[in-house]
Design a protein around this ligand. Structure first.
Ligand SMILES: [Zn+2]
Length: 161
């Protein structure tokens, strides 16, 4: 069976020493492609660099709710540019709400989530959602933003593995 991993963080330092071995094991297990998911300014740059370098790896750019408080206008502009210009950026996120750890204030999480939905809509990319202890709020916010398949990118943005 062929598998496609839609949510990995291959750029994390945990894989700094043995990334090639991890990729080899994934391929041996039938994984024919992976999306490595950006979570903040630095990792958005790292995922794009990795996707450029590795043929079987794609990327998304986003601000994780943990990092919402650190997000700047320059970050949003850079994410939009990367999503428009980099052919291997296939989605936007991860974004969402995390009321378990609340590393950023809930109101900031909501603002940064809404902002990313708007950019994803502008660039026509699907969303990658992080949600922990916030399911009702996440679904309500997505409904308020009308974030569904009719207003966001379609699966046509995804690569055919
Ligand atoms: Zn993740």
């Amino acid at each position: 069976m062929r598998l496609f991993d839609t949510h990995a963080h291959l750029h994390f330092p945990d894989y700094g020493d043995d990334l090639e071995a991890v990729l080899d094991r994934a391929h041996a297990a039938g994984v024919c492609g992976m999306v490595t998911i950006g979570t903040d300014r630095e990792t958005n740059r790292a995922v794009v660099a990795m996707a450029r370098r590795l043929p079987d790896v794609w990327a998304t750019v986003g601000i994780h709710p943990h990092d919402a408080e650190e997000a700047t206008e320059a970050d949003f502009a850079e994410m939009e540019r990367l999503a428009r210009e980099e052919p291997k950026v296939v989605g936007f996120g991860e974004m969402g709400l995390d009321f378990f750890r609340n590393l950023s204030p809930p109101q900031t999480q909501r603002q940064v989530f809404r902002r990313q939905i708007a950019i994803a809509r502008a660039v026509g990319k699907p969303l990658v959602i992080h949600c922990r202890d916030a399911h009702e709020d996440t679904l309500a916010l997505l409904a308020e933003e009308r974030a569904d398949a009719s207003t966001l990118g379609s699966s046509s943005h995804w690569p055919a593995p």
